[in-house]
Design a protein around this ligand. Sequence first.
Ligand code: OAK
Length: 833
Amino acid sequence: QEKGLDKQEIQNILIEDARTGLSVEALKRAISNNLFYVQGKFPEIATRNDYYMAVSYAVRDRILKRWVASVKQYLDGKHRVVSYLSAEYLLGPHLANNLINLGIYKETGQAVKELGKELEWLIDKEIEPGLGNGGLGRLAACYMDSLATLEVPAIGYGIRYQFGIFEQDIRDGWQVEDTDNWLRRGNPWEIERRELNYEVKFGGHVQHYTDNNGKFCSNWIPDLVVKGVAYDTPILGYDVNTTNTLRLWKSEAPKSFDFQLFNAGGYNDAVRQKIVCENISKVLYPNDEQEEGKILRLQQQYFFVSCSLQDMLGIHLRQGDKIQDFYKKFVVQLNDTHPAIGVAELMRLLLDKYQLEWEEAWDITTKTFAYTNHTLLPEALEKWDLELFGRVLPRHLELIYEINRRFMDKVTVKFYGDHHKIASLSLIGEGPKKYIKMANLASLGSFAINGVAALHTELLKKTVLKDWYELSPEKFSNKTNGVTPRRWMVLSNPELTALISDKIGEGWIKNLDELRGLEKFAQDQDFQKAWMDVKHQQKVSLSKKILQRLRLRVDADSLFDVHVKRMHEYKRQVLNALHVITLYNRIKHNPDIDMVPRTVIFAGKAAPGYKMAKQIIKLITSIGEIVNNDPDVRDRLKVVFYPNYNVTNAQKIYPAADLSEQISTAGKEASGTGNMKLSLNGALTIGTLDGANVEIRECVGEENFFLFGLNADEVEEVRVNGYDPYSYYNDNPDLKLALDQINDGYFSHLNTDTFKTLVRSLMFDDQYLVLADYQSYIDAQDKVAETFRDKSKWAEMSILNVARMGKFSSDRSIKDYCDEIWKVKPVPVKLKN
Ligand code: OAK
């Protein structure tokens, strides 16, 4: 051993070879080589995308080295692996994130500069993979980052949608959707593994017979067979070598199939088959927390779950392990009920393919799965029409009947006479049409069930999963969501990152609790100034984007009031809109009024079929049109609807926010994660006691949080006693004026039809109690404005918010899952030459 260097350091030097070195020189050489040998270009004719590709491949090579090392490490040991099953992953752009996790952002910037280009210019070229709708998909992405960073062996399974979440454009104030062809310029981050493929059956019927040993057997004869091909994306952790795999399945037609038809002269049938197969992974369903109940959706779910389980069993058996030990090697987390069919599929594989007995198969299955619930909204709970289900998955229907029969035998004894409870626990719902309850299948088939924030878990136990809690309280626990500080601070807010690191070092990036070290600077005048300067700089950047994108000038000194998330009635963008109208009316009533200037920024997609959500977008843009063009308003109020909210745009918006709007009806938002990202970027929260807001407020201190509105119990009480929106309207002149204006067409060129359904809903059957919380919200907003006038006070509160948000790192969430549910340990990965 050489003097002064430990083994690891020597290894690190050895691996700085020509191909994967991390120095500026090595990177430069790699980029040039890629431009020539991969893109077949030279600088004079290379396009921006050619350069983006060349840089990405250079980065990928460096990740591949770590990936191979990780896979080797996982294979030699008998390590337990986390398998995360999710129909959605909302990853966001890869390049900049990988540069940060590899620790070569600066070096790559320099290398690109020496080649005569700007790294930022290439980073901005990337089309993000929008393979998710919102919170649930983004959480899966944060968790993949944290699993790798914590060096936990993990594999994420999902669907390689050819088209992700639609692109939103605003025309005439309305949302219009365009397809998201995210693969159109190629995807340097994935590796196609044609050799890794599985067949997935659909439809047909099941034959039963007794074999030579007298064993009762089932044979599923499908009428469609689809092939799933693996596409792997490496997920590198921050400041570690661990590189896990995100394995997404693409559906194709199996070769044998179309040839048979083709030879028989059935060319058209063959082509049709091919299209049917490819359609399965074609497009992401754009509904957020709204069940669709379509056959294709069930096919998608079964398709990726079956491929994934076949893959896991294959990995397990190839290592020479007994099938009976499967649950010791893999723990499978169900990201909501979308992959819950896995419970029946694992039973099918163990029974029909591996010939285990029922009891043994059920024992393995229920030691394998754990289930996370992400919503209390009844319309999001998955139910499959039994007849439809049986047509797509006849064998699974039989298995579900049998699982249910055995379960009901026990339940009927245990709760003898309690028909309501027995019916509620059944996997099968009765009614005019029978249906399968996926939350029940997930709950029965899992050894652990969790909610995503403390309040959410408590409400789950009291409402949606009450009977399951009473049956098996030991299965339940809370795992409050978290977000990755790498993407949501280091990457999106480098200026704030530098300021923080300058004060407390860089340890917080991996151990977010260290942010606590900022507390002692909260009242430090110089630090406050530096803090607010960073915020101002971010607001200027966002203002430029708004000017470019919307031709709207906003004042970077005004209060940036940010409400960004999917459009949904329960998230109450309308309540915010009513506040905006109220501010506008104050100006109109008293044109010289001294008020804190505000820029109210909305962003979010509405599900294409969700009429009300689309009307809310139109309301916001219509208010904007009036407010932004009214000379009386001057610079005191602006309304922005920033189009196409996605990860890329979120990264630009969060750093510029002063105020974070988290105003859902209490009891409706399971957790929220935007609330965490905004607070970590120094925004103060105005919010209800809903989801993780409750815990955020506990952490940052009630004096640093603008609370308003009814709590979950009070919401329930109002409902039970009969909610009377009209009385709020009648008793509150400001509210009355605002609603009358919307109704009378003040914001819609006197067209009284535009917002008719919206107003009717608010006044007569609003489940989300918007009018009940109006005055309390307005009062809280007035307090926000008053506080904002005192810049030093605001800075102090903002610093304290960030300092106390350590709990909301996804690293903490993942540690909790690892210790309390998954029982997995980190496996550090060493690089060898
Ligand atoms: C989407 C479809 C079905 C069920 C739930 C969802 C979903 O996105 N839920 C959201 O999950 C987030 C991550 O746990 C939470 O933060 C949000 O509150 C919740 O709405």
